[in-house]
Design a protein around this ligand. Sequence first.
Ligand SMILES: Cc1cc2nc3c(=O)[nH]c(=O)nc-3n(C[C@H](O)[C@H](O)[C@H](O)COP(=O)(O)O)c2cc1C
Length: 351
Amino acid sequence: MAGPDTKGKARPRGAAVRHSLAVWYPLFRPALFALDPERAHRLALEALRFAGHRRAGVASAAPIECMGLEFPNRLGLAAGFDKSATAIGGLGRLGFGFIEVGTVTPKPQAGQARPRLFRLPGAGALVNRLGFPNDGATAVAARLRRRRYAGIVGVNIGKNAATPLGRAVDDYLLCFRAFRALADYLVVNVSSPNTPALRELEDPVRLEPLLAALLEERARDSAAARPPLVLKISPDLSLAEVGAIARLLRSLPLDGVIATNTTLGRSGLGGGATVPAGGLSGRPLHARSLETVAALRAELGAAFPIIGVGGVDSAATALAMRAAGADLVQVYTGLIYRGPSLVGTCLRALR
Ligand SMILES: Cc1cc2nc3c(=O)[nH]c(=O)nc-3n(C[C@H](O)[C@H](O)[C@H](O)COP(=O)(O)O)c2cc1C
């Protein structure tokens, strides 16, 4: 069972790695926070890659059935942390029930100019304008093929910055084909604010043909081999727009929705300091993500799978996400501020 370690008993190796990372993180955090945020992230990924060489999975006494998959627990790592799938094994050892890699684009790309990742420690927040730096579908697919982690891995897909919006569907199809047999589920990301015009794909007029093309492609697989297809939406949609997307989701054989990505809004930060341009995540996003999840749940009914993400950094915020209607919960920014102990904290709350 994923969860807190039992005092006095020998721990399995995964639990030992989890325990030592959780204990040491508060000591290492000041040193990591003294570094440029992107450099600190690269170091953390490298350490996790190193920690994940042995085969690992998350044993569970009470798995959760969602989207036709068996999740060992309700807590996942959100997209963007391990964009190119270099550290799945080590991340799996932290106790997550599922890990979402990406966003992956068809071709490798460098992303936007640096600096492009910023900490707002007083607000428990990050701002990023990374713009999907990743190693591209071929390299990421090769890593997924070699993975030793036995848990659930989702692949979040997007379009290259250089691809015109009118050709976006080609990029999503290329990624779908690259990962259809390697991903436990696939996420159509149309909600990142850092790829110019990407969010225009959230307009049902553009979204419907994009999802229809992916579903048509998926229908070529035998029923048993079809990966669940999930849409990830932004927190900056009005509730009317969320409603329109939910109605579209209900009309298609889509398997789930993730809410939310980062926000271009700046509420919850207080006045004063200038905030860099980019997508805001973490504590100031939480209320808006909850609202979006609740609106989706109201429109989609009790059975439609919803993954809630945005500002979860404690037992209370994880429970609030569940109460708003999320079946599964993801974290990213909370992990940066709270460290690996956040996984156990959330798992105990969500159990
Ligand atoms: C540095 C950074 C990079 C991100 N990259 C991606 C990405 O590539 N694709 C994506 O769908 N979401 C990405 N996200 C958004 C997260 O997956 C998540 O939806 C968002 O940060 C809200 O969760 P949080 O408040 O727990 O961080 C990124 C977030 C951060 C902070």
